[in-house]
Design a protein around this ligand. Sequence first.
Ligand code: GDP
Ligand code: MG
Length: 372
Amino acid sequence: QDGMNAQDLGKLLHREPAEIVKKLFMLGVMVNQNQSLDKDTIEILADDYGISAQEKVHEDLSNLDKIFEKEMENTEHLVSRPPVVTIMGHVDHGKTTLLDHLRHSHITEGEAGGITQKMGAYQVRHGDKVITFLDTPGHAAFTEMRARGANITDITILVVAADDGVMPQTIEAINHAKAAKTPIIVAINKIDKPDANPQHVTEQLTEYGLIPEDWGGDTIFVNISAKFGKNIDELLDMIGLEAEMLELKADPEQKAVGSVIEARLDQGKGPMATLLVQQGTLRVGDPIVVGHTFGRVRAMTNERGRELKKATPSMPVSITGLNDVPEAGDRFVVFADEKTARAVGEERAKEAQVQERRKTTRVTLDSLFDSL
Ligand code: GDP
Ligand code: MG
C-alpha cells in the first residue's frame, strides 16, 4: 500500500475527505485528497480528532446515572417496598426447581395459570406481603449486573443441596452476596432425600461465617424440599422477616427510575425490556430513556401477561415502545416530556456510537502505525 491519503483517513475517522483536507490545511499541511500522508501528519490529525485521548475513554456514565442516583436519594414520601430476592447456589442444587415452585404456587389472587411469559423476574404473594424474585440465569448475570453498577438485589437465597453440601459455586455465591452486601438466607434443599444431611451442611457453612441463630450466629437457615414444596412458606416467612429488618423503602410519588433486567427484540412487538422499578411509579405513556435507547412506554405487562397501567417500586414489568434494544443492567429514567427523552436518548446513542467508533479507530490506527 502506498500510504494513507485524506480519503482513506476520512473513511477511518468517519469524516468527509474534504473535511480532512480542510483540517490539514488549518494545521499547515497542504495536500489533496489523494496525496499520501506521512505518519506524523496522520498522528497530528488523529490527535486533533481526539483519538489519542482514547486511552481515557471509558464507559461514560454521564447523565442517566447521575439522575438515577439523585432520584434514589429522594426520600420525600417513603413507603415500604417489596424485597428483591436472588436465588443462588451450586448447579443442580435446586435453584430452578425452587423458582418454578414459587411461580406456580404463590401467584397473586385472580391470576391463576401461572407465568405466561419468561421475563427475568416475577412477584409472588405470601400472606399480605409481596416478594420480587429475580430469575437470572446463573451467577454470571448477577456479577454482570453488579459490574455495571446495578445492585438491585436486597436479599440472596443460598440454595445448598442437603445431600451434596458446600460446592465451588456455593462459595462463589457466598462471595457474590458478601461483595454486594446483601444478607444471605440459607435454604438447605432436598431434605426429602434419604441421604440428606442438613446438619453437616450447616456445619460446613459456618466455616464461611454463615452461622444459624441457635448456634449463636445471625444467619437464617431453612430446610426445604423445593421438589415437594416442603417448608416453602417458612422460607417466604423468613424473607419477609429479613425484609422488615432491612426497612426497604421507596418513594412512589416521583418519576420512575430503575434498571433493565433483560431485553430482547420481539418479531412482532419490537424492542422489549423487562424493567425493575426502583423508585417512583412508571406509567403507560411515560417518556423514557433506557440505557442509550428511548421512547414512550407503549404497553406494560407483568409476568402473567396482564396489562398494567402503572408499576410501583420493586415491580418488574415488561415494556414495549423503545426505539432500540437496551442492555441488562442499563438504567432507565422517566422524563417530563418526550422531546427531552428523545434528545437525551439520541445524545446517549451518539455517545455510545462515538465511543465504539473510537475504539475501532484506535485499533486500526495502532496497527497502521505499526506497519509504517
Ligand atoms: P439448579 O441447577 O440449581 O437450577 O437445579 P435444578 O432445580 O435444575 O435441580 C436439579 C435436580 O435436582 C433436578 O432433577 C430436580 O428435580 C432435583 N431437585 C431439586 N430440588 C429437589 C428437592 O427438593 N428434592 C429432590 N429429591 N430433588 C430435587
Ligand atoms: Mg437451574
